[in-house]
Design a protein around this ligand. Sequence first.
Ligand SMILES: NC(=O)C1=CN([C@@H]2O[C@H](COP(=O)(O)OP(=O)(O)OC[C@H]3O[C@@H](n4cnc5c(N)ncnc54)[C@H](OP(=O)(O)O)[C@@H]3O)[C@@H](O)[C@H]2O)C=CC1
Ligand SMILES: O=C(O)CCC(=O)C(=O)O
Ligand SMILES: [Mg+2]
Length: 414
Amino acid sequence: MSTSHIKVPAGGQRIVPGQAVPDNPIIPFIEGDGIGVDITPVMIKVIDAALDKAYGGRKKIHWMEVYAGEKSTRLYGPDQWLPKETFDALKAYSVSIKGPMTTPVGGGIRSLNVALRQELDLYQCVRPVRWFRGVPSPLKDPSKVDMVIFRENTEDIYAGIEWQAETEGARKVIKFLQEEMGVRKIRFPETSGIGIKPISREGTSRLVRAAMRYAIDNDRNSVTIVHKGNIMKFTEGAFRDWAYQVAREEFGAQPIDGGPWCSFKNPDTGREIIVKDAIADAFLQQILLRPAEYDVIACCNLNGDYISDALAAQVGGIGIAPGANISDLYACFEATHGTAPKYAGLDKVNPGSLILSAEMMLRHLGWKEAADRVVGSMEAAIGDKVVTYDFARLMDGAQEVSCSAFGDAMIARM
Ligand SMILES: NC(=O)C1=CN([C@@H]2O[C@H](COP(=O)(O)OP(=O)(O)OC[C@H]3O[C@@H](n4cnc5c(N)ncnc54)[C@H](OP(=O)(O)O)[C@@H]3O)[C@@H](O)[C@H]2O)C=CC1
Ligand SMILES: O=C(O)CCC(=O)C(=O)O
Ligand SMILES: [Mg+2]
C-alpha cells in the first residue's frame, strides 16, 4: 500500500507558531470514527459559510484531510492507527481539528486521542461549558452554568501505564512494591492489575498557569483547583499544593483568612480573582446545586474527563460540548463526546460540539467575526426550536432535524 495519502491543498499556507495567521491557512482535519462521518462534513460546511459571510472570500480555510483511526487502517494498512505522516502534518501545520476516535474497552489498542495529546504535548484540554438559550437542561436555571475546564492532558492514571492482572509485568511490579517498597496494602496481589498515576510539578504548574492566564485575559471571577488530595495525597494533593504555589509565586496571590484560598488582582481590570480548591466528589454535587460559584476549573486528567461530561449534561449534553487540546506550539480542536457508534452514518446526531470546537479554533486564529457568526446562527437555530434528536426529545414543540439539516439551519440564519 502507498505510504502517503495526504494531499496538500493548492493555494493554502501553513500557520507558523509565533507568526501572523495567513488569510488562507491550511488546516488538517481527522474525520473521526463512528459519527465522525456525519459531523465532520457538516462542521466544514458551516465554518466555510461563516467565513464567507464574515469576510466575503478574503479569509478562507484550505481543509486538508489527514488520517487516523479506522479510516487510516483502511488506507495505510491494518495496524496503521496513527500514521507518521499524520503526526508530521499536525505538527507542520500547527492548528488542526479532529473527530472522535474509538478506544476499545479492556484490551486492544490504547487511546489514539490520548496518544495524540501526549505526542504533541497538548497539555491543556480546554472545555468551556455554557448554556445556550432554549437548550433543554435538568437545572432550574442553567444560565448560571458558565465554566471553563482546564484539564491536564498528558499525565495521571490516563497516561495508560498499567499491567494486566496475572501477567509477568503485574507480578513483577507487585513483587517490587511488596519487597522493595514495603507495600502491604494490595488486597489481592495474585489477581490485581496495576496502574500508575504520575502527577508532576511541571505538568501541574504549566496547566494551572494557563488556567490563571485565561482567567486574567477573560476577566473571570475565580479559579477552582479540583482534586481528590485527601485520599491521593502525593498526586492529587500535590496538584493542589503546586497549584496554590503557582498562584502565590507567579501571580502574587495573597491568602484569604489565613489560606489556603487566596486571591490576586487581575492586572488588566483590577478585579479580584479568587483561587480556591474543592475535593472532587463534593465539587460534583456543588456544580449542580451552586453552579454560579464556579468559573475556571483546573484539574487532573481523569477528574477532568468526568467533570467535562457531567457539566455538559447540565447545559444540554455532550452534543453541544466543545473542546481544544493546546500546547505552547500546537492546537488540536475536538468535541468532548466520542464516536457514539449506534448513530454512526445515520445523519442524526448533533454536530454542535464539533462546530463549537471549530468556533474555538476560529477565535484561536483571531477570526472573531466568523466565530461570532457561528455562535449567533447556532443560537438562532436553537431559538427557533430547529434541533437534532437529543434536544428535540426534551423540548416541547421542537422541529427535529438531521445532523446535516441542523448545519443548513445554522447557515440559513447567518
Ligand atoms: N475524544 C474522543 O475521540 C473520544 C472518544 N471516545 C470513544 O468513543 C467511543 C464511544 O464512547 P461512549 O462512551 O459511547 O461515549 P460517546 O460520547 O460516544 O456517546 C455516549 C452518548 O452520548 C450521546 N452523544 C454523543 N455524541 C453525541 C452527539 N454528537 N449528539 C448527540 N448526542 C451525542 C449519545 O447519547 P444517547 O444514547 O442518549 O442518544 C451517545 O449514546 C469509545 O470508544 C470511547 O473511547 C469517547 C470520548 C471522547
Ligand atoms: O480517548 C478516548 O477514547 C476517550 C477520551 C475521553 O473520553 C476524553 O478525552 O474526554
Ligand atoms: Mg471523556
